[in-house]
Ligand binder design. Structure first.
Ligand code: NAD
Length: 407
């Protein structure tokens, strides 16, 4: 599989748990590692990002640590030659990103924010993230469309700008892969037995209608009967229900029983999943998986935690203070990547029994690892976001799980 290294606290913690939890049991020498720290991107003039994207497309199973997208202050502090952009955009593009799936993590016997699972599907491309913009004065703004098939161009939008100071923004939502997103979302909702909701702001943002209508069309055609049979639409009036994004933000706080899934555009998904992370106690209890597609049709999956590099704890660590990082999101990402890599290897070599044997070993080991972590939480030896001030430090938690694995 591909291992993308980042920096700060999450890099430190990941190195610790790979050393203590994985290396004693697995030969990881075939992992392809790419260092996406700012320094490494600078030294290679970002070739390393290009290489990582190529490797991900070739191999199809990727683990990624959180990375820093440097601010102007950080560019100076780290002595970088320029303000490197977010690597995530290049990855979503390079791997034909369809969706970023973000789910709550649960530990049996422990109540976190949501009692039952919450799934989220965030459209991985388009919207504000890919916007073009400029600062302009008074004048007229024309947005003109030039079709590829040489049919006549037309003006999509014309507006008169009367202020002396404006920022103008153009973006688009590429909708070709929304059908695939729908299949991934409804399939996952069925697998986890939760009620699906589609979230947009289409009442005001009229251009978002297509997202809802495509999701609805796929649902009615391929999924409705099964959802009805399974009784999964009872809470939504036996129909697929649309939620305005404002309503969704409120329901996420009220529906703490969980048991539902939401699919949304890119930016709404970004915000709403941060809210889910807070309701569910900590960003450490949420997964984040980018699902894309390779040219041969197999799924490329990149697994990461939903949080950042946890700079505040890193600064504490550098200052010699004790820290307590919850590694669950990172480890679920590692587990996901290891399992997907093993599964792809079996798919690519259907006649090679040794690949199946490796897959079974990976499944066995990753289940044992998950159990060792959950037991550590269950025995009150969790990190402080979960167990309060008496919880374990970053190093002690990792050490305790290593001890449990070794018994
Ligand atoms: P963050 O997610 O790293 O931290 C936000 C807050 O949540 C902090 O108080 C942190 O201590 C806490 N927190 C997060 N995860 C935790 C965990 N597992 N255990 C315990 N506490 C946890 O976000 P930030 O501080 O805004 O960003 C730090 C850096 O991460 C920035 O440079 C940003 O660019 C980067 N970032 C990267 C990604 C990514 O690579 N996908 C995503 C978000 C932010």
């Amino acid at each position: 599989m591909v291992y993308i290294a980042g920096e700060e606290m999450t890099h430190y913690a990941t190195e610790l748990f790979v050393d203590q939890w994985i290396k004693p049991y697995f030969d990881i020498s075939t992992w392809e590692t790419y260092d996406l720290s700012c320094k490494s991107r600078d030294v290679t003039d970002d070739k390393v990002l290009h290489d990582a994207v190529e490797a991900g497309a070739r191999i199809g199973a990727i683990f990624k640590e959180p990375t820093i997208t440097p601010s102007t202050v950080q560019v100076k502090e780290m002595g970088l030659s320029k303000a490197f952009g977010s690597p995530n955009g290049a990855m979503r593009k390079g791997w034909n990103g369809i969706t970023i799936s973000r789910d709550t993590i649960h530990i049996k016997g422990i109540e976190l924010g949501y009692k039952n699972q919450v799934l989220f599907e965030r459209h991985a491309v388009g919207g504000e993230y890919g916007a073009g913009y400029n600062e302009v004065g008074a004048g007229t703004l024309l947005t003109t469309y030039l079709p590829d098939d040489n049919s006549p161009p037309f003006v999509v939008d014309k507006r008169d700008l009367t202020d002396d100071n404006n920022v103008v923004v153009v973006y688009h939502n590429p909708y070709d892969n929304v059908k695939e997103l729908a299949h991934i979302f409804f399939g996952r909702c069925l697998e986890h037995k939760v009620t699906p909701y589609i979230v947009t702001k289409k009442t005001v943002f009229k251009w978002q209608e297509g997202f809802w209508s495509t999701m609805k069309e796929i649902f009615e055609k391929d999924y409705k009967d099964t959802f009805l049979k399974e009784g999964l639409l009872e809470r939504s009036g036996n129909e697929l229900t649309h939620l305005i994004s404002d309503a969704a933000t409120m329901q996420l706080i009220r529906w703490t029983d969980g048991g539902f899934g939401m699919a949304a555009h890119n930016y709404d998904g970004d915000m709403l999943t941060d809210q889910i992370a807070q309701v569910h106690r900590s960003p450490g209890f949420i997964t984040s998986n980018l699902v894309g597609k390779s040219d041969d049709g197999s799924l490329i999956k990149e697994f990461e935690a939903s949080h950042g590099t946890v700079s505040d704890l890193w600064n504490d660590h550098l200052a010699g203070k004790e820290t307590s990082l919850n590694p669950l999101g990172l480890v679920e990402a590692m587990i996901g990547a290891m399992q997907h890599a093993a599964m792809l290897d079996v798919e690519k070599h259907p006649d090679d029994a040794s690949k199946l044997e490796v897959k079974m070993k990976v499944l066995n080991f990753t289940e044992t690892l998950r159990e060792a972590m959950h037991n550590t939480f269950r025995y009150g030896q969790g990190t402080r976001d979960m167990s309060g001030p008496s919880g374990f430090s970053t190093e002690d938690f990792i050490g305790k799980v290593a001890w449990r694995l070794n018994r």
